[in-house]
Structures are given as C-alpha cells and as structure tokens.
Write a protein that binds this ligand. Structure first.
Ligand code: TXA
Ligand code: MG
Length: 336
C-alpha cells in the first residue's frame, strides 16, 4: 500500500480521523514518541497494527483518550488514586493500567482483564482523537524490536508502505515512551519508567513498588507483569554494551579497545579517541532521554563492531534512560 504523508494542520487532522474511523492505521505524533494509532473499538484495525509492526501477539496496547468523558468507555473503574494521578499528570506521559471497559476490543488487551490508558500532551494527537470521536489504541510506531520513533522520518524508515498514513509533525519533546504504572495490583507497581518518575509517583502512591523487570532480565518461565518487558528492544544491529563506571574509568576502558565507538556524556567526548555520540550532559537526564533513540538508530552507520554506552545514574528520569539502554544492550552490562 502507499503510505500517505499528512500535514499536522486541520486538513491533515481530519484526513487522519477519517482513515481511523474506517478502521485504517495512522502514525501520529505524541509528546513521548510517535504512535501507530487504530480504533480501540475495532478488532480489524488492531490486527492491522500487529501485522504492520510485526508485534508479538501477547503484547497489549495503550489506549489514548482526549478528555475525561471518553474514560468511562475505556475503563470499568477509576479509583481515587487514579483520579489524583490524572489530575497531576494528564495530559502527559503517564499510562495507568486499570480494569478494562467492555467497549474496548479484546484484542487491545490481548485477553487481559485490564487496559492501559493515557491522555497524551500533544495538540495534534488530542485533535485527532477528538475528530475521530473514538479512543485510539497506539503502540510506538516502529518495527517491533527497533528503537521507538521520535521523528516522522523514523516512522517512515520503519513502516513506509505498511500503514495507511503518517502525520508529519515535529520531533517528540520527551523522546521516551510513557511511564506505565499498574493500579490493578496491590501494592501499585511501576511497570515501565519514563519522564514521570518513580519519585513523583510515590508522592501520590507511597507504597509503589518497582517491578523487577525494570532493571533485570526475566528468566525463562518467569511471568512478566507487563508483557512488553520481555522482548528484545531498541536494538541496533551493532553489538551494544552498557558500561557502569566513573568518567575516568570509562574513558580509559574505551580508549583501550579497537573497532568500537562510544555513546558517552558530552563532557567525555574530547577525551575518547574512538568515534563518539553524545547522550547529553551527565546531569541532564531529560536531554539524554530526548537524544537516546536517535542515537541508537545512528549506531549502525558508524561502521564499528561494538558500541560501549556509559550508563546514567538510576534515579529520576535516569531510571528510564537506563531501562531502555539495558534492553538495547540485551542486558550485557560491564561493571568497572
Ligand atoms: O508513550 C507511549 O506510551 C507510546 C505513545 C505512542 O503513547 N506508546 C507505547 O506503546 O510506548 P508500546 O506498545 O510500545 O508500549 C506499551 C507498553 C508495553 O510494555 C505493554 O506490555 C504495556 O504497555 N501494556 C499495555 N497494556 C497493558 C496491560 N493491560 N497490562 C500491563 N502492561 C500493559
Ligand atoms: Mg514500543
């Protein structure tokens, strides 16, 4: 099929909405990453999303809403903690897992009794949901396994010819997928870290626990609280290692290796002899989050065998950056 390029203006937004109402699939910008949107009420539309991405069949989708009225069709219960989180963080990069409403197609949640829902903080996304008049299920608009798309060009390089349209908008300001928290477990559980941090969530959910899969590889037979955590993710073709070390140790380690490149902090670039890509300043985790997926896509153009990535600290937004990097590295961590 030919993938239409739509503008992010009124005409583009209504064209996108028409395609979505007719069970088509459209890549749309959000503040986190581009999403591949489809009607959350249509099994037909959802099956097209899984086919285009090559997504594992047991990995459920996030439903996106534009206003609180839509919520009653998506979830069957909205407890007071959820309300408090929504008041503070919506529209924004926080997804909540709650009991699923009946109208949502079973194929969205892949048979689970829960549904993941968020209200994105992006004008174009909100206008498309409103114009379509239906909640939109949308995973990240990349091929399964590759880094999530933070520009329309990333979407095109993965999905051109496989989807009905892409809304050509700017690059995503957050750069990492939303924080996912389950309120369907007791205690509530952080399933995927993101721009909304564990520390911020604990102000409303003091008994929040961080799921084991956030920082560790699940062993065979272990059940994932969030199926998406099980899969190989964000992987360049080049072999990636995550390196936990102080700046000096990291620099001398990389300088002792051959046929490699480094993804490092901007302060370290001048001291490394191999080619480098800068993740951003060491203390600026938000900027690292914005840069991360573009850098992972760039790795394969460096023509080296191995990329060593200097690991950020695991607090604040750093936990989310670390979580994506350890997956990109296939859990290969070198501790110096
Ligand atoms: O920022 C984002 O969340 C982006 C944009 C497009 O909104 N979307 C996104 O979707 O990252 P995706 O499909 O790449 O990731 C969805 C994650 C997966 O890890 C999935 O397993 C989890 O959410 N998830 C979805 N429904 C769930 C449920 N009912 N229970 C537990 N985890 C769920
Ligand atoms: Mg994804």
């Amino acid at each position: 099929m030919e993938t239409a390029r739509l503008k992010d203006n009124l005409a583009g937004i209504s064209a996108a909405a028409e395609i979505l109402k007719a069970d088509g699939i459209v890549a749309v910008p959000t503040e986190t990453v581009y999403g591949l949107a489809a009607s959350a009420y249509s099994d037909t539309a959802i099956s097209k999303v899984f086919a285009a991405k090559g997504r594992p069949q047991d990995n459920p989708l996030i439903v996106h809403i534009s206003d609180f009225e839509m919520l009653s069709d998506v979830v069957s219960d909205f407890p007071k903690e959820a309300r408090a989180l929504a008041e503070r963080f919506w529209p924004g990069p926080l997804t909540m897992v709650l009991p699923k409403g009946e109208k949502v197609a079973d194929s969205v949640s892949r048979g689970l009794s829960t549904v993941a829902v968020r209200m994105p903080n992006n004008r174009v996304a909100l206008d498309i949901i409103k114009a379509a008049g239906i909640p939109l299920a949308a995973p990240s608009a990349n091929l399964s396994g590759s880094p999530s798309p933070t520009t329309a060009d990333h979407v095109i390089s993965d999905l051109d010819g496989k989807i009905d349209a892409v809304v050509m908008s700017g690059s995503c300001e957050v750069g990492l997928e939303s924080t996912v928290v389950s309120l369907s477990t007791d205690p509530p559980r952080l399933l995927r870290p993101g721009f909304v941090t564990a520390e911020e969530l604990k102000e409303i959910l003091p008994n929040l626990v961080v799921d084991k899969a956030v920082l560790e590889e699940l062993q065979k037979g272990e059940k994932a609280a969030s199926p998406g955590m099980m899969y190989k993710h964000y992987s360049p073709k080049t072999e990636v290692f995550l390196v936990e070390a102080e700046a000096e140790e990291f620099i001398s380690f990389v300088n002792s290796k051959e046929n490699c490149a480094a993804i490092c902090f901007s302060e370290e670039q001048g001291s490394i002899t191999a080619p480098t890509l800068s993740l951003g300043a060491k203390d600026n985790n938000k900027n690292q989050a914005q840069n991360l997926f573009s850098l992972l896509r760039e790795c394969d153009s460096l023509g080296v065998q191995t990329v060593f990535v200097h690991a950020p600290k695991k607090d604040g937004v750093g936990l989310a950056v670390y979580n994506r990097l350890i997956r990109a590295a296939g859990f290969k961590v070198i501790k110096l």
